[in-house]
Each structure stands twice: as structure tokens, then as C-alpha cells.
Design a protein around this ligand. Structure first.
Ligand code: AMP
Length: 196
């Protein structure tokens, strides 16, 4: 099993791709803990900025509550700064970034500036009906049904194309997300072990 020892992280730079409600946040946290690297959730970072009323938070609040994407330039600043912190030196599990082709290019630029590259992109696949049911059960501020549907549409139009993009680059690992949390975590582990 891939797991960090007490003092040493496993060097891995990973992206989790999946629709809202696919469980990628939960899986990113589990995986990051096992590897000993930070889980970097752009959604959580933006929600925190909104809660703190920072300049960033004020800039993104309306866009987020409409279920739309924050612009690529703003996200590039947020992610570049986060990945330059020392805890992300050995690696990271990105949750919620990249979400557009432009963001995928930005990420590869940030990593090549650091002299490294992505190890794998994990796609967690869940049927749409289940995604809506899960999101409704979760009741987050941006989880009202019309907003959920909007976020799913944005995912299909803007983020789904990244699956092909990463597949062409042979970085993609597909995982069935329509299972228990433990089963999905195990499937991610074996997807990483088999091809890592
Ligand atoms: P999440 O928790 O990942 O579903 O993100 C919640 C919201 O934050 C999204 O609906 C977007 O409004 C915004 N957001 C998070 N990550 C990104 C990103 N990479 N690009 C643009 N907007 C983002």
C-alpha cells in the first residue's frame, strides 16, 4: 500500500477530477493524509476567503453563489501562491483545480517552473442522478437545486473536456465513485499502485 512513514512524505503530485458531489474532497483528504502531503482544495480556500471577507472573498462571492467559475487569472494567483508554500514542496493532492483547459495549462506552467510535473490525474466517475441526490443531502450555501444543476452544467461544459486532455497525455486513471468511501479510497490506491 502507498503510505507515508512518520517523517517522510511520498513525493506525489496528483489532481482529482470529478463533478460536484463525486466525493473528490473526501477522497483528496484521505489520500493526502496517506501520502503525507497537503490536500489543496480551491473551493475550500475560496469559501474561507468569503467567510473572512478578504479582498479575494469579496471578488469571488457572487460568482460562487451563482454556481459559475471564478476567472482563470484569479485562480492562477491563488494556486501559484498555494503551491509555492513549503508544505507543498514534496507534493500535493489538488481538489477542484484545474477546471478549465486554461487552468490545466497554468498548472503545467507552475509545475515546470518548479522543475516537476504531475504524477497522475484521478477521475472519480459518478452517475449524474446520484450527484444531484448527494449535493441536495449536503446543503451547502451553493447547494440549492438550481445552483447544483448549474454547477453540473459548468462541469460538463468546462471541466469534462479535461478528461480527454489528460487521457491523451496518459496521465488519467479512472475510478468508479459509485461505491462506499472506503471502496473508492481503495480503488484510488490501486489505480496509483498499478500504474505509478
Ligand atoms: P468546489 O468546492 O470545488 O465545488 O468549489 C466551489 C466553487 O468555488 C465553485 O463552484 C466555483 O465557483 C469556485 N471554484 C473552486 N475551484 C475553482 C476553480 N478551479 N476555478 C474556478 N472556480 C473555482
Amino acid at each position: 500500500m502507498i503510505a507515508a512513514t512518520d517523517s517522510r512524505a511520498i513525493e506525489m503530485r496528483l489532481v482529482l477530477l470529478g463533478a460536484p458531489g463525486s466525493g473528490k474532497g473526501t477522497q483528496a483528504a484521505i489520500l493526502a493524509e496517506r501520502l503525507g502531503v497537503p490536500a489543496v482544495s480551491t473551493g475550500a480556500m475560496l469559501r474561507e476567503a468569503v467567510a473572512n471577507g478578504s479582498a479575494l472573498g469579496r471578488r469571488v462571492e457572487a460568482v460562487m453563489s451563482a454556481g459559475e467559475l471564478v476567472d482563470d487569472e484569479t485562480m492562477a494567483e491563488v494556486v501559484r501562491e498555494r503551491l509555492s508554500r513549503s508544505d507543498a514542496g514534496p507534493g500535493f493532492v489538488l481538489d477542484g483545480y484545474p477546471r478549465t483547459r486554461g487552468q490545466a495549462d497554468t498548472l503545467s506552467g507552475i509545475l515546470s517552473d518548479q522543475g516537476c510535473e504531475l504524477d497522475a490525474v484521478i477521475h472519480i466517475e459518478v452517475p449524474e442522478q446520484e450527484l444531484v441526490a448527494r449535493a441536495l443531502a449536503r446543503k451547502r450555501a451553493d447547494d440549492q437545486e438550481p445552483v447544483i444543476r448549474q454547477r453540473l452544467a459548468v462541469y460538463r461544459n468546462r471541466t469534462q473536456p479535461l478528461i480527454d486532455y489528460y487521457q491523451r497525455r496518459s496521465e488519467l486513471r479512472e475510478v468508479d465513485g459509485y461505491q462506499t468511501i472506503e471502496e473508492v479510497a481503495a480503488a484510488i490506491q490501486s489505480a496509483l499502485e498499478v500504474k505509478a
